[in-house]
Write a protein that binds this ligand. Structure first.
Ligand code: ZN
Ligand code: ZN
Length: 458
């Protein structure tokens, strides 16, 4: 048997076809064998997993680690957080201008100099006519998709014509439109109303963008995509109404996918009492019945993946919300807490299986955005991006331990059971027991192959 660079043995290995006891071998940064221990080749270095879970590294399809002028986070600090939290590939969402190939390549270079884990890049945001001109060039440059904010913020598309035209252009390339689904006029209407009432209680934030604001936009995006014939992905879905709309679209066979965040699953309006403006994000915290609907949607395949929407404002930056809740910068950090929260609240509480967790956090996002099977699976030929997870380990989430620049987490003090204890990217350890060991500049750009082949929907 040919000698490998690295062997991990004595693990519970999660593969696309099931969980078995054994290990993997790594050669040249890729997985060269997945087998029971006696069948693994000899290797230069051997890790005894001590019966821990060996699963693919998480692929986070929605992060904001680089928003100059908005947040202090960088590709370096953001991917340090990713490494510790068990994410081996981030797909960075632009909220500033990445609508030209030139800007895309600049962003890629910055990330290549700083990233500790691998990364892919969404393009956008598409706001006006000229933002649609380089869609096919961006697809050739390897972008994973195109972000369009339908409403609810300063980067919103100017009008519906832009949204529809961009869907049609994206459809021609085989790439995917990713929508932040909020109706802009309704958002402005409710926001004005809450401001006029002079409300400054934290739940005024949710009331300024009620469920209908999201539901109408999801409904319109689905209809537009049906007309334009493009693939559509609903970013950070939060409402039970959204779930029903995506269910209908999927039932009709329309290529629509959706994602949720841990905060949309685990927090709701009641939590404003405890966490105040620190849990302001868009779309906002909803009701318990929305939480429940999203959990059910996960197991019914209405929700395809779990993402962080990581956006790490500092505590001080968030505190703008003390004076005026509506002015709070929206977003919370999540790269370090997502996996332990899903292992604890999902797998260990019996809401989802371990296989489902891997599907939601690794396999599906890689498939939807065209980086599977290079990423998102433990199988021969895939990049050796994997985690060892101690499913029994209990620890407390604490902002003191966070690597990202966000000096707070809404999950402060939560006791979670199940933690990633080793993170490996292309055969190299990048984090171990909560400590970063990877080096900035190691992370590679992963181009999407969406345009060149049909997505594997299995
Ligand atoms: Zn968004
Ligand atoms: Zn976002």
């Amino acid at each position: 048997m040919k000698r490998a660079d690295l062997v991990v043995e004595n693990a519970r290995v999660v593969t696309p076809i099931g969980i078995f006891e054994g290990g993997i071998a790594v050669e040249g940064g890729r997985i060269c064998a997945v087998a029971k221990d006696p069948l693994l080749p000899p290797a230069d270095s051997v890790i005894d997993a001590g019966k821990k879970i060996l699963m693919p590294g998480a692929v986070d399809a929605h992060t904001h680690v680089y928003l100059p002028g908005f947040i202090k986070e960088t590709f370096k600090t953001g991917t340090m957080a990713a490494a510790v939290g068990g994410t081996t590939t981030i797909i960075e969402m632009p909220s500033t201008d990445t609508t030209t190939v030139k800007n895309f390549e600049e962003r890629r270079k910055i990330a290549e100099g700083e990233a500790i884990v691998d990364f892919a890049l969404h393009s956008g945001e598409i706001q006006e006519e000229r933002d649609t001109l380089e869609i096919s060039g961006l697809v050739r440059a390897g972008t994973t998709g195109f972000k369009i904010t339908m409403g609810g913020g300063s980067t919103a598309a100017r009008h519906d014509g832009i949204i529809l035209e961009s869907f049609m252009e994206i459809g021609k390339t085989g790439s995917i439109a990713i929508v932040h689904a909020e109706n802009h006029q309704l958002y402005e209407h409710f926001r004005r109303k809450i401001a006029q009432e002079g409300r400054n209680d934290p739940s005024a934030y949710s009331d300024s963008r009620p469920n209908i604001v999201e539901a109408e936009a999801i409904s319109r995006a689905i209809l537009f995509a049906r007309f334009a014939g493009n693939r559509l992905h609903i970013a950070h879905m939060t409402t039970k109404e959204g779930v029903e709309l995506v269910r209908d679209a999927k039932d009709r066979g329309q290529p629509v996918t959706s994602e949720v965040t841990p905060q949309a699953l685990l927090l709701n309006k009641n939590d404003y009492l405890r966490y105040k403006h620190y849990i302001v994000y868009n779309p906002p915290a909803r009701d318990e019945e929305d939480n429940l609907s999203l959990w059910n949607a996960i197991n019914e395949k209405i929700v395809d993946c779990i993402v962080t929407d990581h956006c790490a404002y500092t505590k001080e930056e968030k505190d703008v919300g003390i004076k005026n809740i509506l002015e709070t910068p929206p977003g919370i950090p999540g790269l370090e807490t997502k996996l332990t929260l899903m292992l604890s609240e999902g797998v260990n509480k019996g809401r989802i299986s371990l296989m489902k967790l891997v599907e939601l956090c690794c396999e599906s996002p890689a498939k939807i955005f065209g980086i599977f099977p290079r990423k998102g699976a433990i199988q021969v030929g895939s990049d050796a991006d994997f985690l060892l997870v101690d499913i029994e380990k209990e620890d407390k989430i604490s902002a003191d331990k966070l690597r990202s620049v966000g000096e707070f987490t809404p999950f402060e003090g939560w006791r979670t059971k199940g933690w990633p204890v080793l993170t490996v990217v292309r055969g190299e350890v990048v984090a171990e027991d909560g400590e970063v060991v990877g080096k900035p500049g190691y992370g590679k750009f992963i181009p999407s192959s969406l345009a060149s082949r049909e997505i594997n929907d299995e």
